[in-house]
Every structure is written in C-alpha cells, then in structure tokens.
Design a protein around this ligand. Structure first.
Ligand code: MN
Length: 146
C-alpha cells in the first residue's frame, strides 16, 4: 500500500511502529507528569525476580524523580526523550539507545517536549524492591539542560 504514511501524525506512526506490544494501561497520575501507558510483559515472581515491560510516553510526559534498589535497564524502541540522573546533565534518548540506570540513583525518564517515546524497561533483582517514588519533575527542571 502506498497510502498515507504522510497523512499519519507522528503519534499514529509511533503507535504503529511499536504495535508488536499493546499500549497497556494509563499510568498512575501521582507518579508521572502527563500521560503515559505501561504494558507489563513479564510480571514479577520469585523465580526470575525481574519485571519487564514497555512504557509509551506522550510528548512532554515523564516519570517523577525515583530510584530502583537494584537499578534498571532502558531500551529505547521509538521516538525521542530524556534520562537524567539527579545533579547531572540531561541525556538525550533516541530509538536504539540503551541506558543502564545504577542502583539507588535518583533519576527520571520520559518523552521530549515535541516527540513521544517508547521504552522497554527491565527491573532486575526485584527481591530488593522495585521503585521508590519521589516528587514530580517540575517544568523548570524538565526544560533545563542540567
Ligand atoms: Mn526508572
């Protein structure tokens, strides 16, 4: 079909590109700014002690500041976004990027202001805990380079 890729919005293309997995459920507003959808693909259990899934962040959407007791691995599968460790410069994320977020390090991740982002996440060693949520990333922090 030669049809209408050009007629698709970026958001429609995004959803088509990562449609190998379903969109999942809207994330809880108390832990995120903006709208994002989480699809858990491997639920936590005591055999594997790992959680794997996908989050689709709309443009401007991001996590609160948070940390993971055993760290987290992010695999960026579409779009554009950021990862920032508290006190360090924002890191641009693009499709194909892989990020290792160290254990117990406060950080956030999410979409850029103009483009959505889809990330796969892996949270290992969940016997130590999964995530410790903190305060929202303010608009000022989000727009700052560092
Ligand atoms: Mn994280």
């Amino acid at each position: 079909m030669i049809l209408s890729l050009t007629a698709c919005s970026n958001r429609e293309k995004m959803e088509n590109n990562d449609s190998i997995f379903t969109k999942g459920d809207l994330v809880p507003a108390e832990n995120f700014t903006g709208s994002a959808w989480n699809k858990v693909l491997v639920a936590n259990d005591t055999v594997y002690n790992v959680i794997t899934g996908k989050v689709y962040f709309e443009p401007g959407a991001r996590t609160n500041w948070h940390s993971h007791p055993s760290g987290q691995i992010l695999l960026i599968i579409d779009g554009e976004g950021f990862h920032q460790i508290r006190g360090e410069a924002k890191q641009l994320l693009e499709k194909g990027d892989v990020v290792k977020c160290p254990p117990n390090v406060t950080h956030w991740h999410g979409a850029s202001a103009s483009k959505a982002m889809s990330q796969m996440y892996i949270v290992p060693n969940t016997e130590n805990g999964i995530v410790n949520w903190m305060e929202p990333v303010s608009d000022e922090q989000y727009q700052s380079e560092n």
